[in-house]
Design a protein around this ligand. Structure first.
Ligand code: GBH
Length: 452
């Protein structure tokens, strides 16, 4: 018998995000979000896909909760659409929008499923973008006010809150490279958006200490950076990549300052920040959510802007349909790295998953997805290894419960453990979902069985 085990009470769940699954973006008085705008701007999203219907989860949530229950999920991580709650981002509260999440939380609890609520998974109210969005320093107050509405409504029943999902993606995709909403490409804007995201996070945590009684944290994406060679140029490029993606948000939250490499990366576009901002940013948090998909092997590249670093493709590796290397040891390494750098804070793997082509057999009731099963098995093993080495990992959320809108890649990439036929909205749990159900039922013991 192997000694490594998942602790009792380890929380097994799955995750989604509002704009990716809900559909009905303007229903019941909701205001448009920047994603609603982005997808309706021709040419920005693959095949012209939109979130107008998505998984129709806004109307089919009962069926989806029933699926979660059948799979034995113990937790469901979802995000709240800010512009359903405050259609203009500030001011008027739309109670019909609030009721949607109220009913969802009740249904989850009735089925023994713990809700993990993320307040911001990229769908900023469009009305706030019109006021500068993440570039306007006022947004910390806007966000804290919205957060407080949610805390007051749900904190009696929701015990784990996350402020932001992946601030790095918000700024890198939304303000620096423009592949995600609001689609800006501006090296002066990206640092400002980052800083205001952190201030908003801090302000929401502060509001939580005044109104909430449970736990609040932050969710970041981490991709361990391995150097392609010992050449000093590659070593320095790897340090920049690590600072930019993995430490840009965590150093300020835990240490009260940015990594020194940020100046090197952004040059004159990196401002001097007022020191009092860091007191706000550095509010203690109760847990950290880590999203892990892949690693990168990094080398110097003079033409890669602004990092002067790029990822090297690995010859012997498996790649998913999004072009990301499958590398499970990177998840163990990530969890150990967080503990080594930032201390023994409780961790949740808040996202981990893979996009692969699925065979079109869902109509026959079965979707064989052996590559996703392998990915899941290997990455759960990686989590168990980190726990065995003393990291306080408390739960795992598979990304994603449902095939959904993969942002600017539209519906072309399927991350779900449950297949969605977007023409009929028929849901079919894939083999990976059935495998995950067994993992959950055995608290991970099934991972120790031979796979031959
Ligand atoms: C998450 O972000 C999102 O939270 C979620 O909404 C989304 O659906 C899911 O992932 C799947 O994309 O091209 O090799 O350099 C993922 C964050 C950051 C992970 C960039 C992959 C690029 C790897 N991603 N990273 S590579």
């Amino acid at each position: 018998m192997c000694a490594a085990q998942f602790p009792n009470g380890f929380l097994w769940g799955s995750a989604t995000a509002a704009y990716q699954v809900e559909g009905s973006p303007l229903a019941d008085g909701a205001g448009p979000s920047i994603w609603h705008r982005f997808v309706h701007t021709p040419g920005l999203v693959r095949d012209g896909d939109t979130g107008d219907v998505a998984c129709d989860h806004y109307r089919r949530w009962k069926e989806d909760v029933a699926i979660m229950r059948r799979l034995g999920l113990q937790a469901y991580r979802f995000s709240v659409s800010w512009s359903r709650i405050l259609p203009a981002g500030t001011g008027h509260v739309n109670y019909a929008g609030l009721d949607f999440y109220d009913r969802l939380v009740d249904a989850l609890l009735e089925n023994g499923i713990e809700p993990l609520v993320t307040l911001y998974h990229w769908d900023l109210p469009a009305a706030l973008d019109d006021r500068g969005g993440w570039l306007n320093p006022e947004i910390s107050k806007w966000f804290a006010d919205y957060a407080e509405v949610m805390f007051r409504k749900l904190d009696g029943r929701v015990k784990k809150w996350a402020t932001l999902n992946e601030p790095w993606v918000v700024t890198d995709g939304g303000y620096l490279h423009g592949a995600l909403a609001p689609g800006h490409r501006n090296r002066f804007e990206a640092p400002i958006a980052s800083h205001n995201l952190l201030r908003a996070h801090g302000a929401a945590v502060q509001a939580y200490r005044a109104t909430g009684r449970h736990e609040i944290g932050l969710v970041v994406n981490i991709e361990p950076k391995y150097r392609a060679s010992d050449d000093p140029a590659d070593v320095a490029a790897t340090a920049r990549a690590e600072a930019y993606m993995n430490r840009q948000y965590l150093d300020p939250v835990f240490f009260g300052h940015y990594p020194k490499e940020m100046v090197e990366i952004f040059g004159e576009a990196w401002p001097d920040w007022p020191s009092e901002d860091f007191a706000l940013i550095q509010q203690p948090i109760d847990f950290l959510g880590v999203n892990y998909y892949t690693r990168s092997v990094t080398r110097f590249d003079a033409n890669a802007w602004p990092l002067k670093a790029c990822a090297v493709r690995q010859k012997q590796a498996t790649y998913t349909e999004t072009g990301w290397e499958v590398f499970a040891p990177g998840l163990t390494e990530t969890l150990l790295w967080v503990k080594r750098c930032y201390g023994n804070i409780p961790l949740y793997v808040t996202e981990n998953g893979s996009a692969f082509f699925d065979p079109p057999t869902a109509a026959k009731g079965r979707v064989e997805d052996p590559l996703r099963v392998d990915y899941l098995r290997e990455h759960l093993g990686a989590v168990r290894d980190a726990i065995a080495q003393g990291v306080d990992v408390r739960g795992y959320m598979a990304w994603s419960l449902l095939d959904n809108l993969e942002w600017s890649l539209g519906y072309s990439k399927r991350f779900g453990i449950v297949h969605v036929n977007f023409a009929t909205q028929q849901r079919t749990p894939k083999d990976s979902a059935h495998f995950y159900a067994k993992v959950i039922a055995s608290n991970g013991a099934v991972l120790e069985e031979s796979t031959s």
